[in-house]
Design a protein around this ligand. Structure first.
Ligand code: ZN
Ligand code: ZN
Ligand code: FE
Length: 765
């Protein structure tokens, strides 16, 4: 099968023979396409048999010319472009040029060698960097990117550092954060009261000793604080969970080496490439069965995956290297607040969380959480776009060149913002759930700093239609025209931009919650869409959520709502079903009354809530500890299960209530739920039921695609973080002759909403 990959390479790749190298590699592999040099980086498109394209991607970094250094490499898979031959294209630098701010870059091999060399003047210096690595986005205050415009301005370079900085032949020529032990930032270890216990290398030594003793240490890193504990120490991990009020959510791990990751997890070639990339994200990896218990069960209870990363600054290399085994490295914050960035502030905000604080005196100008990626269908899927990726642009595609600058403020959960400048959308780092004053402050700070950094005066603001979202209210208060974009349409538009599509497509937009313009909660939508607008072709049948918002945390409530749609008040007699048993009789009566009367029981077509309902029915989970937990656990079950060839019935019926928002078709899931209940009473295994349920939803998507007749189908929304659902759906669509698309560089969850809002606003501008 012919595949096309688009690659954006940033770094020291100009004037070092990089283009001829790309040309040679592509022609050797028999690939067509082109390579183009521009002020924004080197752009490549290669097209050919998929294995040849994959070989090209795998060899690009390791075989690059000796003087080339890659700081960032982003790949997107696109439809074949019908190229013949491979050409070196002339650079086209027409149009608005927006200065590129680089993301933070993981420590390069040269710097790593220096900090490990006792004869080097940077031996064990935690702030070593060069033009090929080190902080960027988290230290820049203004453009152009010069030292006086960074938080390194407080440090005056010593003569040795200055010589490097001024020598065009030196690796540190114009390395803005250049520093050494004589002139640069220093470490200190504080106790919980902020009293200094040790400095410099002694602070590091004391930290390692404390970790071995089971302490929780707040470590100030690149884009904020981590809370760090020994990953093998079950009691320390339990204490961290207790203090962080994070009872079940998986904690990220930092391993000293790739081999150490391999001893705990299954690592594919692509996983390894991601772990060791300049972006150095957290990669979700399957745990190895029977692995040495270097990771306490409490790190990710009941979870077959671990979130693993490698050290990405010299400080982390020294800390985890000295410690010698994996540590938990989770964001230094309370539950869902933004990550903490300042040392003094951390003493207050992390009070009672950390026993010790390993800090340094280089200010963090803006926060950046660790990014999260997952390999799905042989490609990477970014689930959280932050350190290493932000604030690199995503091409807007058609219409982008002529649009005025616009601001998009994103959604409510997993918020990110975006601005358009010329043909590009600049996406902010992950900000978080806009639920706390800290998060709201971070949201406004990021917008302000984006405006200042790119010197943009937006002509309009794009926002969600939800009137109560803080982001929407912010947009309305700006005194600018507001473009309101329906939530699920924004998901589809983001996926269109990522795949360089214009539409029309069938957009399958499935998530937990989004504001429906018809007064119901949407979340299981099929939209015929292009970049300008949509019609609601189909939706999941609606059901009522007893107790409204409380259902978000309690899958058992979704289950009661779904059972009510199936059985009516008789559901009370089904004490054999786990969610019915999960309520006392009196409570159940109240819920049924709510459903009978339609009071405090809003209607929804949410796919996420349907997943919750089935998770409750199969006994997986009645009440959640964190967002998405029930659906995630159902996915894990489905992964282990077999459908045994049994398919749950899919029923698609004509029309819902009349109105501009349709839907023309309704996916009636009641036969599916009836089959689940049937399987349960027959004592079928939960993993079998989970597999059959996932397959039934994939079948339903294919059935709607057949009715809709759009050859291209876009899969988006938080539900498509689910690998079982995505893989089964993509396989089904492929087999039925459709062309499925899904996310790559931008999260399918609400982290991608800002991009979608921008795409729609640009197309209407
Ligand atoms: Zn370096
Ligand atoms: Zn120096
Ligand atoms: Fe959403």
């Amino acid at each position: 099968m012919i595949a096309r990959a688009r690659v954006a390479v940033r770094g020291a790749v100009q004037g070092v023979g990089f283009r001829p190298f790309v040309y040679r590699l592509a022609t050797e592999l028999g690939l067509a396409g082109w390579v183009l040099n521009s002020s924004a980086g080197v752009f490549i498109e290669v097209e050919g048999e998929r294995p040849a394209v994959e070989a090209f991607l795998a060899r690009l970094t390791p075989e690059r010319p000796p003087r080339a250094a890659i700081h960032s490499l982003e790949t997107s898979w696109l439809d074949p472009g019908g190229y013949r031959g491979f050409e070196i294209r002339e650079s086209a630098d027409a149009g608005a040029l927006t200065a590129l701010v680089m993301p933070d870059i993981a420590t390069c091999p040269d710097c790593l060698r220096e900090i490990r060399d006792p004869a080097n003047r940077r031996f064990r210096y935690p702030f070593t960097n060069c033009t090929n690595c080190g902080p960027r986005f988290t230290i820049v205050e203004a453009l152009p990117y010069d030292r006086p415009h960074t938080s390194m301005k407080a440090f005056t370079m010593c003569p040795a550092c200055r010589r490097e900085y001024e020598d065009p032949l030196d690796r540190r020529f114009h390395a803005q954060p250049n520093a050494c032990p004589a002139c640069g930032p220093q470490l200190a270890l504080w106790d919980a009261e902020g009293r200094e216990r040790a400095r410099g290398d002694a602070a590091l030594g004391a930290t390692v000793a404390a970790l071995a003793d089971g302490a929780i240490v707040a470590v100030k890193g690149l884009g904020g604080f981590h809370l760090v504990v020994d990953a093998a120490d079950a009691r320390a991990v339990a204490r961290l969970r207790e203090r962080k009020h994070r009872e079940e959510k998986p904690l990220a791990l930092m391993f000293p080496t790739l081999d150490a990751v391999r001893s705990a997890c299954t690592v594919s070639a692509l996983d390894a490439r991601l772990l060791t990339s300049p972006e150095a994200p957290i990669v979700l990896l399957a745990r190895r069965a029977g692995a040495v218990p270097a990771v306490a069960e409490g790190v990710a209870p009941g979870n077959p995956y671990l979130g693993a990363m490698l050290p990405y600054t010299p400080l982390h290399h020294l800390l985890v290297g000295d410690f010698g085994r994996a540590v938990v490295a989770t964001s230094g914050n309370l539950s869902d607040e933004p990550i903490c960035t300042e040392a003094r502030d951390s003493l207050v905000r992390l009070k009672g969380l950390a026993d010790l604080f390993l800090v340094h005196d280089r200010p963090i100008v803006r926060h950046a959480d660790d990014s999260i990626v997952r390999v799905m269908l042989g490609r990477e899927l970014v689930l959280r776009r932050a350190r290493g990726y932000a604030p690199l642009p995503v091409p807007l595609g058609p219409g982008g060149d002529h649009a005025p600058p616009l601001l998009a403020v994103g959604a409510h959960l997993k918020n990110t913002v975006a601005v358009s400048a010329g043909p590009n959308a600049f996406l902010s780092q992950h900000i978080g759930d806009l639920e706390t004053p800290e998060a709201n402050a971070a949201f406004e700070r990021v917008i302000e700093s984006f405006r200042a950094l790119y010197r943009l005066e937006p002509a309009a603001v794009a926002a969600d239609q939800h009137p109560d979202y803080l982001s929407t209210r912010f947009a309305r208060a700006q005194g600018l025209p507001v473009v309101e974009v329906q939530h699920h349409f924004a998901h589809v538009a983001a996926c269109l931009a990522e795949n360089d599509l214009d539409g029309p497509v069938l957009g399958v937009s499935w998530d937990g919650t989004g504001y429906g313009p018809d007064g119901t909660i949407w979340g299981g939508e099929f939209l015929r869409a292009d970049r300008r607008g949509f019609t609601r072709v189909a939706a999941l049948a609606r059901f009522r959520l007893p107790g409204g918002d409380r259902a978000v945390k309690e899958p058992r409530r979704s289950a009661i709502g779904v059972l009510y749609a199936l059985l009516g008040p008789r559901l009370r007699d089904r004490r054999d079903l786990a969610p019915v048993r999960a309520f006392r009789a009196g409570e159940l009566d109240v819920l049924v009354q709510m459903l009978d009367k339609g009071v405090n029981a809003p209607e929804t077509s949410s796919a996420g809530r349907l997943f919750d309902a089935v998770a409750a029915l199969t006994g997986v989970r009645q009440v959640m500890g964190f967002e998405g937990q029930a659906a995630m656990e159902l996915e894990f079950l489905a992964h282990d299960g077999e459908t045994g060839g049994t398919a749950y019935p899919v029923r698609i019926v004509e029309g819902g209530p009349a109105g501009p928002y349709g839907p023309a078709l309704v996916v009636d899931w009641r036969p599916i739920i009836a089959a689940v209940v049937d399987d349960l009473s027959r004592g079928a295994r939960a993993d079998t039921i989970a597999a059959r349920f996932h397959q039934a939803l994939a079948d339903a998507i294919v059935a709607v695609a057949r009715r809709a007749g759009e050859p291209r189908v876009v899969l988006t929304g938080g539900c498509f973080q689910n690998r079982e659902l995505t893989e089964r759906t993509v396989r089904g669509l492929d087999a039925a002759g459709f062309r499925p698309y899904w996310h790559q560089r931008v999260p399918p969850n609400d982290g991608g909403i800002a991009l979608g809002q921008l795409v729609v606003a640009v197309s209407r501008a």
